[in-house]
Design a protein around this ligand. Structure first.
Ligand SMILES: Cc1ncc(COP(=O)(O)O)c(C=O)c1O
Length: 372
């Protein structure tokens, strides 16, 4: 053993670890399934917020990555990534300026648009800088968060085509409200129904606009379902890399099997710090370390221990067990699967990479806090 070797037990908690073997399995499985269907993957970095992991996704075969915000794209470009799609509209002059600045080093950068004023603003700003860029028309397929109504989509597409400094490269149709529907059959039916409206828009544009070839859609919950839609050209999946309990609790097929297509690569380590009660012990991870939305985290190590996590304020959690005699002793480190991975990851500066009990490295969560 060298003196530099580090183990999980050496880590100060609470902290995030990524099980490298599970992570690699997740990456390669998604890539293989998507490639087998003849489609591409442009994974969403909003989940992991880490340019090193984004780079690994590219090495495994992704054609590029998605970012939610301009500041995320800035960090990705700084780290040398290309083929970035910003999946939300950029509507203020200062952010449009930043977007155009990015184009000077990342000419393949694309952004979605969903409004005539936004299209005009982008085109004018680009013209002033004698530049052009690719855009995807965001089509609202039922979530109503962003995106043009399908009935307005063709008129907006005409406007884009008439703008000399914009290139209509395709459409985006993200059905976020469908991803966590527990029943597989219902999820499948709803996703196909939602995407159908976007399919009509895409068919029209794909035949009339030569550059309009991208149909970007999907998330982890419908990845296999949406691969069956011939027009979909790329998947924007995010959570599959890390996974969380919200996803592990949905059905993965029509037999009601738990969603185990991808494994829980992301774990949060937390230490028992107080044991002065018979019915519970206290751990050092609370609301500041675990995002609360999406239910309660699940104790995965020690395995099959019957231990349950509950919230215990900003800094702490409460661990109970149906059999009080099995409560962990002071100093014990527990591993939790987070309930909602994206906002939990955004609370930390780094991942510790682990293989078994060994810590093999760290990755900075360098896009952390990039919400602008
Ligand atoms: C626009 C968009 N695309 C893709 C994703 C990825 O979804 P998931 O994490 O469910 O795979 C998200 C996640 O919120 C999203 O907002």
């Amino acid at each position: 053993m060298t003196t530099t070797e580090k183990y999980k037990s050496d880590l100060e908690t609470p902290c995030l670890v990524l099980d490298v073997d599970v992570l690699e399995r997740n990456l390669k499985k998604m890539q293989a399934v998507v490639e087998h269907a003849g489609k591409n993957i442009r994974p969403h970095v909003k989940t992991h917020k880490c340019s090193a992991l984004a780079q690994r996704q590219i090495e495994v075969g992704a054609i590029g990555v998605c970012a939610a915000k301009v500041s995320e794209a800035e960090a990705l470009v700084k780290a040398g990534l290309e083929n970035i799609l910003i999946t939300g509209p950029v509507v203020t002059p200062s952010k449009v300026e930043k977007l155009i600045n990015l184009l000077t080093t990342a000419s393949s950068l694309m952004v979605v648009v969903d409004h005539p004023g936004n299209i005009a603003l982008l085109d004018t700003a680009l013209r002033a800088r004698r530049m052009s860029m690719g855009v995807l028309l965001d089509v609202d397929v039922g979530m109503h968060r962003t995106g043009a109504r399908p009935s307005d989509a063709l008129a907006l597409a005409e406007q884009i085509v008439s703008c000399p400094n914009l290139r209509l490269q395709g459409i985006q149709a993200y059905a976020g409200h469908v991803q966590h529907i527990r029943s597989y059959e219902k999820r499948k039916h709803t996703s196909h129904q939602c995407l159908q409206e976007a399919v009509h828009v895409f068919r029209d544009l794909n035949t009339s606009v030569p550059t309009c070839t991208i149909f970007s859609a999907s998330g982890t919950g419908t990845f296999d379902i949406d691969l069956a839609v011939p027009e979909v050209s790329e998947l924007q999946v995010g959570s599959y890399v890390c996974m969380d309990t919200e996803y592990l609790e949905i059905e993965s097929d029509d037999k009601g099997t738990r969603f185990e297509s991808f494994g829980p690569a992301l774990r949060l380590l937390t230490t028992v710090i107080s044991v002065n009660h018979e019915s519970f012990v206290t751990v050092d991870a609370g609301l500041k370390a675990l995002y609360q939305d999406g239910g309660k985290p699940q104790v995965i190590v020690p395995e099959n221990s019957g231990l349950k996590y509950d919230w215990f304020g900003d800094e702490y959690g409460k661990i109970t067990c149906f059999d009080n005699s099995k409560l962990p002793s002071i100093g014990t480190v527990l591993e939790l699967i987070t309930s909602h991975c994206d906002p939990t990851i955004n609370l930390f500066d780094r991942y510790f990479l682990t293989r078994g009990e060994k810590v093999t490295g760290t990755w900075l969560i360098d896009l952390r806090g990039c919400s602008q």
